[in-house]
Ligand binder design. Structure first.
Ligand code: SAM
Length: 226
């Protein structure tokens, strides 16, 4: 039997893939690492199916390791006997908590079968939500910008964890980038915002990203109209 890492997509229930929905429906138990992923999972499975795992709000690596070890102790026997799903927002292989569980299982319970069901990631969904086209041939770099950080260098960047949009926005503008921010894209929970004004997103919301493009990089990648 199997543990499935299921990508839920960005948050709207109907952006879960058909395969993901089948796996959730067939699962004996569905675990979720947070409130938001739980509420999306609940759009597809009854509450009785949702399992209970404790995830401490900490960055301490020892505490995290022991929490994931405990979670793996619970999940491993269930996945040997039946079908278990662990859901994450977006895709389970992109900046996701599922990676911790997969690594812990492979270290301590290597006989457990693991399969990943991909989901619509914010890495791609942002382009539609922000009305951006990443043309064939262009570069796109994924980075983090928590706490007002502003990585610079690449032509085009997608920044996750933008928790201080005004500070990140100002630094990027000074470094020569045009920036568009997106909050709670394709999510039913909370308000979706797309804006070029970082001050409109001054309050902290973890589900905020930014797309930054160097001002001088605007070009027609096809070369058709140059
Ligand atoms: C830990 S990463 C998880 C990424 C996820 N596994 C995926 O594939 O989309 C969380 C970050 O992704 C971004 N993010 C994820 N979903 C989002 C959404 N629906 N709207 C805006 N940002 C989102 C935010 O920047 C957030 O801080």
């Amino acid at each position: 039997m199997t543990l499935y890492g299921v990508g839920l997509g960005p948050g709207e229930a109907d952006l879960l893939t058909l395969h993901g929905r089948e796996v959730l429906r067939a699962a004996d138990v569905v675990y979720s690492p947070g409130r938001l992923s739980r509420s999306v999972a609940l759009e597809h499975v009854p509450e009785e199916k949702i399992g209970d795992l404790d995830f401490p709000m900490t960055r301490d690596p020892d505490e995290l390791r022991s929490a994931w070890k405990e979670a793996a102790e619970v999940v491993a026997p269930e996945a040997r006997e039946g079908e278990v799903a662990f859901v994450t927002l977006g895709d389970p292989n992109v900046y996701s908590t599922f990676g911790h569980l997969r690594r812990t299982l492979s270290a301590f319970h290597p006989d457990v079968e693991v399969e990943v069901v991909p989901g619509v990631s914010a890495v791609t969904a942002f382009a539609t939500a922000l009305g951006v086209e990443i043309e064939a041939g262009s570069e796109l770099t994924l980075r983090e910008a928590a706490g007002g950080k502003a990585p610079i260098g690449p032509e085009r960047m997608l920044l996750f964890k933008v928790t201080d949009a005004p500070a990140t926005g100002e630094k990027l503008a000074d470094a020569g980038y045009d920036v568009t921010f997106g909050r709670r894209l394709f999510m039913r929970q909370g308000e979706t915002v797309v804006t070029d004004d970082p001050d409109a997103l001054a309050d902290r919301d973890y589900y905020t990203l930014a797309y930054a493009e160097k001002r001088d990089s605007k070009r027609d990648a096809t070369g058709l109209f140059e």
